[in-house]
Design a protein around this ligand. Structure first.
Ligand code: C2E
Ligand code: MG
Ligand code: MG
Length: 677
């Protein structure tokens, strides 16, 4: 057996492992079994690798060391049978045979005591918490704060003395559901650990984002004794993130979304449009002299112009429209949810008008003409890149000599040109007396006599002859010109009524058509003033409105109608049956007359559906004590059927088309009647 080593070996109670020179285990004591978990039988004959970490080349036990040196000592990490790593102090002795030659090694391992006393541990924890850069807050089971650390006070501004005894509501940012207290409560009553970001409020009132870990401490019975929150202030994080996001998605000169973000926003709008079969447009707006301005007046001036242009547009567009910087001298506007294709042209004109006035740049007055290219969806495509390409192509095709607005499709260009021509001409017509009111009599189905008339607008166009409202009223509606036109009609109807009255003619009431756009809170006052000016009794005038007005909120429309009704004006619901008004909704309105739309009258008496609708309208009107007028009656069969139903009046070519005032006057004067049998 080996001679005793020069240095005393540690005690036999320590794990001892004997190894041959190749590293195979030749001896294993009970303490080694206790320490490493392998029994003696399992260990003997195995290589030292048994105790080493995988891939661990650190065989301190087998390292060569000079014979003359005493025992080798050091710290090693070894692996136990159950995979744990233990830290050990190794003392390695040589074992020699009778000749004094080294024949083996004896490794004695001394487990390093990593245990610390409970008291030391407590002291350690307190010091760690106190010196942590993260804020710590601990509440009792009732949610009252029992301790906070220094970082808590530094971050929140509350010294411990002010925090203790309070609830985490102290840091409440006032936004439901995402605040501190709510999360602490949730952690207490819910699954426990919660990690996330919440908003807190400092003592100064400043709201700040914090990243928090909230959890609970439970006793042996599982009851919550405390809740704690460890948090850090991530304001700077957030700032950086916001800044980075801004840089990636927004143009620095104008502050507008850049091409990247435009793409995302447009893609979103397109996917919504796909679901709802929506209509939209993409406009590319090119600031034509911008490159020249950059080159000659410098970057600062160019940037300033661009920023001012963006600002002008931003103020005028609707909230749902998307304005973006597309490139060097181009802006883009996406218009989701358009009602009509022509509206894109209207916006383009608005853009021109907004960008036309000169810019004042560093003391210089600079003009910057623009051109606009328009692509429509779904017509020209349903993907972002395609639509932008079409709008850019349309923009390139803008011809300097005409309006600098181009649609991608030729047909839309024609329609737009036509539309703007009509608008211009209509303005001219208003100012130059080309408009006229025709009158279409309404006759009683009881007496066959004329009991009223509807005033219908006509335009005597210098080259195209007599135009009907269908050819110009939609343009007037879109352009807002309908307000002037409507005022003209009201004025003209009153003038005509006054004229008849002055001439001693007893003419029945006259109805005028009102656009929904005219229907605002000033309307009763305007009509009142007109009646006063022309010295007319209110019952001489009737108003025809359509169901399109009913889609507006009843709260907005009903008071105006009540005011008009209280003044003594009759209100007729025109084109009844073509809109969407629910019967319950209808009851709220002080309507005196229902006009059955011509589209139902056409099918009478052959089409059973139309007959049924007409019958239902008459029945309903009778119950609501409304007068019922059938529009567009052209045949005697229609008349007979409607009369049998109990319809009160008819209006239609059967008796008379709309005619100029003097012709209508003659019909009344001569008491021309509709033969009823
Ligand atoms: P509306 O108020 O429903 O007017 C009735 C329309 O039916 C008139 O067309 C009239 O000429 C036409 N009509 C009448 N009887 C017959 C018939 O027996 N057969 C056929 N085929 N048609 C008949 P008009 O004058 O072209 O007016 C069309 C629409 O334009 C009107 O429909 C009204 O909504 C609107 N409108 C007319 N004048 C004005 C106005 O001064 N202001 C506003 N805002 N809209 C107006
Ligand atoms: Mg009408
Ligand atoms: Mg009608």
């Amino acid at each position: 057996m080996a001679a005793p080593p020069e240095a005393p070996m540690p005690g036999a109670h320590l794990p001892q492992v004997r190894l041959d020179l190749a590293g195979f285990i030749t001896g294993w004591n009970a303490a080694a079994s206790a320490c490493f978990g392998h029994s003696e039988t399992e260990a003997l004959g195995q290589h030292l690798l048994l105790l080493c970490q995988p891939d661990d080349g650190d065989f301190a036990e087998l390292a060569p060391w000079p014979a003359e040196r005493g025992p080798l000592q050091g710290t090693v990490l070894r692996r136990t049978k159950n995979g744990q790593t233990v830290k050990l102090r190794l003392t390695l002795q040589r074992e020699t045979d009778a000749d004094g030659d080294t024949c083996g090694l004896c490794a004695v391992y001394e487990p390093l005591d990593t245990e610390i006393s409970a008291q030391d541990r407590l002291r350690l924890y307190v010091s760690i918490i106190e010196n942590s850069s993260q804020g710590v807050l601990v509440t009792d089971a009732q949610g009252r704060i029992v301790t906070v650390n220094a970082a808590f006070s530094r971050i929140t501004g509350y010294p411990a003395s002010e925090a203790l005894g309070q609830t985490p509501d102290l840091l409440r940012a006032g936004r439901d559901g995402t605040d501190f207290h709510a999360q602490v409560q949730a952690a207490m009553h819910g699954p426990g650990l919660w990690l996330g970001e919440v908003l807190g409020r400092r003592k100064s009132g400043e709201v700040f984002p914090l990243s928090a870990c909230i959890s609970t401490v439970r006793d042996e019975d599982g009851a919550v004794t405390h809740a704690f929150c460890i948090f850090s202030d991530i304001t700077s994080h957030h700032d950086t993130e916001t800044r980075l996001q801004k840089l990636a998605n927004f143009d620095t000169v104008t502050g507008l979304p850049n091409r990247l973000l435009l793409g995302q926003l447009l893609a979103q709008a397109l996917s919504q449009a796909k679901r709802g079969k929506g209509l939209g447009a993409v406009l590319v707006v090119q600031l034509q002299r911008l490159s020249w301005i950059y080159d000659t007046l410098g970057h600062e001036v160019g940037d300033d112009l661009l920023a001012q242009a963006a600002h002008r547009l931003q103020k005028a567009l609707r909230e749902q429209d998307i304005l973006a910087r597309l490139g060097h001298d181009k802006l883009a506007i996406a218009l989701p949810n358009m009602r009509r294709r022509e509206h894109a042209g209207l916006v383009a004109h608005k853009v021109l008008a907004l960008l036309r006035p000169a810019y004042v740049l560093h003391g210089l007055e600079v003009d910057c003409p623009v051109s606009v290219g328009i692509a429509l969806y779904p017509d020209n495509g349903m993907d972002t890149a395609q639509l932008l390409r079409c709008a850019e192509l349309a923009n390139q095709r803008v011809d300097d000599h005409d309006t600098p607005i181009r649609f991608f499709s030729a047909e839309m260009n024609e329609r737009a040109t036509e539309r703007f021509r009509i608008e211009g001409e209509l303005r001219h017509a208003l100012a130059h007396g080309q408009l006229q009111l025709y009158h279409q009599p309404k006759v009683s189905l009881r007496t066959g006599r004329i009991v009223g008339a509807e005033a219908l607008l006509r335009w005597t166009h210098p080259t195209r002859g007599l135009l009907h409202p269908g050819q110009f009223v939609p343009v007037a509606e879109d352009s807002g010109l309908i307000l002037e036109l409507g005022d003209w009609v009201l004025h003209e109807a009153c003038r005509q009524l006054r004229d008849w009255h002055t001439r001693g003619l007893d003419m029945p009431p006259l109805a005028v058509n009102l656009s929904a756009r005219q229907f605002d809170k000033y309307l009763p006052k305007r009509i009142d003033a007109l009646l006063a000016t022309h010295d007319l009794a209110p019952h001489r005038l009737k108003l025809e409105i359509t169901e399109s007005l009913m889609v507006r909120s009843a709260d907005e429309v009903v008071p105006i109608m009540n005011e008009l009704a209280a003044m003594g004006l009759g209100i007729a619901l025109d084109d009844f049956g073509t809109g969407y008004s629910s019967l319950a909704y209808l009851k709220k309105f002080p309507i005196t007359t229902l006009k059955i739309d011509r589209s139902f009258v056409i099918g009478i008496p052959q089409q059973s559906d139309d007959c049924a609708i007409a019958r239902a309208i008459v029945t309903m009107g009778q119950q609501m004590r409304q007068e019922i007028v059938a529009e567009g009656v052209e045949t005697r069969e229609q008349m007979a059927f409607l009369r049998a139903l109990g319809c009160d009046q008819l209006q239609g070519y059967l008796f008379s088309p709309p005619v100029p005032a003097d012709s209508y006057e003659r019909l009344v004067r001569e008491d021309i009647r509709l033969p009823l049998d």
